[in-house]
Design a protein around this ligand. Structure first.
Ligand code: PLP
Length: 355
């Protein structure tokens, strides 16, 4: 990225030599991104991240042909709120393991449906969704609809080019696979009509205006190359570390349980809940011990609210507030797992003894 922030700073939309240099880098990056997403270069629209890509997919397709939108109950807020902003949005429930209930989803489909959005992998509990089956159901019961998938969490772990073949629109975000923040992409398959949500100079074949973030896009392509080259080895190594972490915590902390079905999750997800504690307090203790974690709950105006994902999975509120998400990434080491295996039981113990 550095040359494009310093000496090769041209704007690819210009026509002089400096601009052409930037255009060449942009075109090369587009080819790489398209290839790893199973798309053609012209089908890639660069965005300012995953949230924008999700919004463009949903609002952009809805604007061309207004109608109903259907989304799974466990979508990221980028999809959830974009769908809820539309007049007819229908939510498809998930089963206790977090997988979308295909029968219930099919029951929401009819010829008035224009967009169906089901993520490839969930950001909170890691569940991988049966996208092919969703797409098949949509083609039969809602032939006028396009299928959007938020593959933001999936890309580091899964072959998105293969798994998202059945989708018309695919969103990714660079910072989930080692790239910079604030850059992402939306695949818009040829033939899918979309209205821009950002209007201006007509970049990206009039699908997304705004001067190109050349350094960010180049960085995203480089991160994709590295991710895909090492993906098989990373997934195997991280799944082993995740299993050691999850099994170790389940064995060492009484009243601990795992959320969802581990076999149906991406390798980097470890999501547990602990009886008799509140995760907000647990996070503070873990932060002090050098463990960066998050909770399956969000603290809103002082009250701990269970997350919409856990609620949709039928996890009772008193259990959801004691949940903990430990995410592993390509750089996670054995020493990190050792640290968490020491810190989490000690922190849970401390909270229980002071309750
Ligand atoms: N979708 C999912 C599943 C995510 O996990 C995230 C980020 O956390 C997003 C969308 C939003 O991406 P961005 O942070 O690039 O806007």
């Amino acid at each position: 990225m550095l040359p494009f922030l310093t000496e090769r700073f041209g704007n690819p939309s210009g026509s002089h030599a400096v601009a052409r240099e930037a255009r060449k880098a942009l075109d090369e990056a587009r080819e790489v991104v398209a290839d790893f997403l199973g798309a053609r270069p012209g089908e890639v629209v660069f965005t300012g991240g995953g949230t924008e890509a999700d919004n463009l997919a949903i609002a952009g397709c809805h604007a061309v042909r207004p109608g109903a939108v259907v989304y799974s109950a466990v979508e990221h807020h980028g999809v959830l709120h974009a769908c809820r902003a539309l007049p007819d949005s229908r939510v498809a429930p998930v089963r206790a393991d977090g997988v979308v209930d295909l029968d219930a989803l099919t029951g929401l489909l009819d010829p008035s449906v224009r967009v169906v959005s089901v993520m490839l992998a969930n950001n909170e509990v890691g569940t991988v969704q049966p996208l092919d089956e969703v797409a098949r159901a949509v083609r039969t019961a809602a032939p006028a609809a396009v299928v959007h998938t938020d593959a933001v969490q999936a890309f580091p772990w899964l072959d998105v080019a293969d798994l998202a073949q059945g989708a018309d629109l695919v969103a990714v975000s660079a910072h989930k696979f080692g790239g910079p923040k604030g850059v992402g992409a939306l695949v818009v398959r040829d033939g899918v009509e979309i209205e821009p949500i950002i209007h201006g100079g007509g970049q990206e074949r009039d699908r997304r205006s705004g001067t190109y973030n050349v350094a960010g896009i180049v960085g995203m392509a480089a991160a994709m190359k590295e991710t895909v080259a090492g993906r098989r080895e990373t997934v195997e190594r991280i799944a082993r570390l995740r299993d050691r972490l999850a099994d170790g915590l389940l064995a060492s902390v009484s009243g601990a349980q795992e959320t969802g079905d581990r076999a149906a999750k991406i390798a980097g997800n470890c999501h547990l809940w602990f009886d008799g504690i509140e995760s907000e307090a647990l996070l503070v203790l873990l932060d002090g011990a050098g463990v960066c974690a998050s909770a399956g709950s969000a603290c809103t105006s002082g009250a701990v609210e269970p997350s919409h994902v856990l609620t949709a999975m039928g996890v009772p509120a008193e259990r959801a507030v004691g949940s903990l998400r430990l995410s592993l990434g390509a750089t996670t080491t054995d020493a990190d797992i050792d640290l968490a295996l020491d810190a989490v039981p000690a922190a849970v113990e401390r909270l229980r003894s002071t309750a």
